[in-house]
Write a protein that binds this ligand. Structure first.
Ligand code: HSE
Length: 432
């Protein structure tokens, strides 16, 4: 084994960074044996140097991240600060100064993955980012390496733990969205500003990364259709239950039937209780991958948290260090297929629509006509008159598969009917 250590610079020492440093120290011998050389923490860039950081020698702490990545003797830079800048500049500077990079930065990779890969390639360095998607769950390397000989057709997953916790709470207790969010905040699952999670931004970044790797095509955050889950109600869960379903915030990346294009989207959807993703509870993540030869694969585990995310970072660190010792690099960007990324309107899906309608002759026929005019075939219709004598009825329509454009056109036209008093809920149905 080589005795001269490989030098690691850590950018960020928060929940994840401190766990990375801790594991590097406590598992030092095992990591050295697995890599073939010891690794040494050579510097830690932080914003608040006065904070006490147990186990990290004070002389390693610096506020000058730029100087750290420019040192020239750093083998691997581990970036766990998140956000676009200064992370982007620090990563490219690290490549230019001879280091490979391990990053957990989903937002940056979803926005600028191509440019970062190009910078890594130009400098003959590695860019690994297993921790950017679903914390500890191995997904990037299984897709990038284990499934490199297969053809992935679909990636369907729960990739945000906060929203899964909230939806699971609503499902199991009948709570409304706000009540479940309050509990998630009190328990530390939701941040003080939960927007990135509940509006689907976090999941959309992960969907972009997964779609890009799965389909060997550049997919950026802007290509991902995104709907949050703040509008999901207790009534939606009651409807889902009647259909033998639950509701999950899903990231769905699909190849079209003709194979020429792909779509990526994040939105709440009903899925049958019999689907493996329906039993993913609490803050856990799970991703279902469908491919030609392997068939159906499911990856499950903790999608966030210091130690789980550090596990993924350390796995990358070992791989990158091994490559470095071998004078090699691992797989870079694979975007050769360059498939068209189609808009949401082209997605083929099913809708569950709940309408409040006038309870009088001809209304059902009128509603059915709107569906027919938009080329949308109805699977089931359930009507329930109200006991309160207000002359209204609830109408629940579940469609067969149709393009999202036809389905949303149908809903728009339904809203214009005098006899439709309101559209109580619209939810896509997936996983069948
Ligand atoms: N906030 C994310 C989640 C974890 O709730 O899953 C980091 O991506």
């Amino acid at each position: 084994m080589r005795t001269r250590p490989l030098k690691v610079a850590l950018l960020g020492c928060g929940v994840v960074g401190s766990e990375v440093a801790r594991i590097m120290t406590t598992h030092a011998d095992d990591l050295a044996a697995r890599i073939g050389a010891p690794i040494e923490l050579a510097g830690v860039a932080v914003r608040r140097p006065s904070k006490v950081r147990e186990g990290i020698p004070a002389e390693l702490i610096t506020t000058d991240a730029t100087a750290l990545v420019k040192r020239g003797d750093i083998d691997v830079v581990v970036e766990v600060i998140g956000g676009i800048e200064p992370a982007r500049t620090l990563i490219t500077t690290a490549f230019e100064h001879g280091a490979s990079v391990v990053s957990a930065n989903k937002a940056l990779l979803a926005q600028d993955g191509a440019a970062l890969h190009a910078a890594a390639d130009e400098n003959d360095k590695d860019l690994y980012y297993e921790a950017a998607v679903a914390g500890a769950i191995p997904l990037i390397r299984p897709l990038r390496e284990s499934l490199a000989g297969d053809k992935v057709n679909r990636v369907l997953g729960i990739v945000n733990g906060t929203t899964n916790f909230i939806l699971d709470k609503m499902d199991s207790t009948g709570a409304g969205y706000q009540e479940a969010l309050d509990e998630a905040t009190a328990l530390g699952y939701a941040e003080a500003d939960p927007t990135a999670d509940v509006e689907g931004f976090d999941a959309a970044a992960k969907a972009a990364i997964l779609a890009g790797i799965a389909f060997h095509t550049r997919v950026r955050l802007d290509d991902v259709h995104r709907e949050g889950m703040t509008e999901v109600t207790a009534a939606d869960f009651a409807s889902a239950k009647e259909m033998g379903c639950t509701i999950k915030l899903l990231a769905i990346c699909e190849r079209s039937a003709d194979g020429a294009s792909v779509t990526a989207r994040v939105h709440p959807a009903m899925i049958p209780l019999s689907h493996p993703l329906a039993s993913v509870r609490g803050a856990y993540n799970a991703v279902f991958v469908e491919s030609d030869a392997a068939g159906q694969l499911m990856f499950y585990g903790p999608g966030a948290g210091g130690a789980p995310t550090a596990s993924a970072v350390l796995g990358d660190l070992v791989a990158v260090c091994r490559n470095r010792l071998n004078g090699a690099t691992g797989p870079g960007e694979s975007a050769y297929a360059a498939l068209t990324v189609s808009p949401m309107g082209d997605v083929v899906t099913r809708y569950h629509i709940s309408l409040d309608v006038a309870d009088k002759p001809g209304v059902l026929a009128q509603v059915a006509t709107v569906f027919a005019e938009h080329g949308v075939s109805i699977d089931t219709v359930r009507q329930q008159g109200r006991q309160d004598g207000d002359g209204e009825a609830s109408l629940v329509v579940v469609t067969h598969r149709a393009s999202d454009a036809s389905l949303s056109g149908t809903v728009e036209a339904l809203r214009k009917l005098d006899t439709v008093r309101g559209v109580a809920s619209i939810m896509r149905v997936e996983g069948e």
